[in-house]
Design a protein around this ligand. Structure first.
Ligand code: SAM
Length: 221
């Protein structure tokens, strides 16, 4: 019963707050046609990221985990015209689909799809002395979230925002005995955030079509 209410409420709110967008619709369609897993964020989550990025005044965005480019499009559309975004994807098939969708949306001039392992790509960006990013979205292999957190911090500036998807996982995050490596990594990131003078953070819990989850939102002091 609760799941039905969550799902219907998500549909209602999306209908009100997420007007149809042909680029996003195309991305979902192409992703289905290419048989990619349907594990992209929801429209409401996309809107949430887009507003957070705008509130942070983001001009440079870094994403880990592109899949077909759905969340990348939400974020790229939140950038000013001279903004820049890098999205990292290690699966070459996913990366091609993402790059096609970004091109079709006319955003290829501001979004670079980097193909490769995210830990290596983050280290490469540090080595390249990339300008700091204002906003990060981490949505890949979660057991590596501690590495991604550390990489993002090195690529951040005071005021940067780092968002992690799937920070709640039906409440599994509170299970300190869990053997799930993804959840354990999220717990470790939460510990690092809670014990840090350098960052502050909060988790926005969400419910919807895919159940109970949440995003960890961290701000670099
Ligand atoms: C949940 S999906 C991303 C969904 C996307 N953010 C969206 O909402 O549209 C996770 C993606 O991360 C990629 N991925 C997994 N491990 C990775 C790694 N070590 N380096 C880079 N990408 C990785 C997967 O291939 C997959 O496409």
């Amino acid at each position: 019963m609760a799941a039905e209410i969550w799902s219907e409420t998500e549909e209602f709110l999306s209908g009100l707050l997420c007007p149809p967008d042909p680029d996003l619709a195309r991305t979902v369609h192409v992703s289905e046609q290419a048989d990619l897993p349907a594990i992209n964020i929801s429209a409401l989550q996309g809107k949430q990221l887009s507003l957070l990025a705008k509130m942070a005044g983001a001009r440079r965005i870094l994403e880990v985990g592109s899949l077909a480019g759905y969340s990348a499009l939400w974020l790229a559309k939140a950038l000013p015209p001279d903004g820049r975004m890098v999205t990292i994807e290690n699966n070459p098939v996913h990366a091609v689909v993402a790059a096609d969708n970004i091109r079709a949306a006319g955003l290829a001039d501001r979004v670079e799809v980097r193909v490769g392992n995210a830990a290596e790509q983050l280290a490469l960006l540090v080595a390249e002395q990339a300008d700091p990013f204002d906003f990060f979205f981490i949505d890949a292999d979660q057991h590596n979230n501690v590495t991604y957190f550390e990489g993002c911090l090195r690529l951040s500036r005071p005021g940067s925002v780092i968002v992690f998807d799937n920070a709640v996982r039906s409440g599994e995050v509170r299970n300190l005995e869990t053997s799930n490596g993804a959840v354990r990594a999220t717990q470790r990131v939460l510990e690092l955030v809670s014990g840090s003078d350098r960052v502050d953070g909060v988790v926005f819990q969400t419910v919807g079509r895919r159940g109970h989850d949440g995003m960890l939102v961290v701000r670099v002091r």
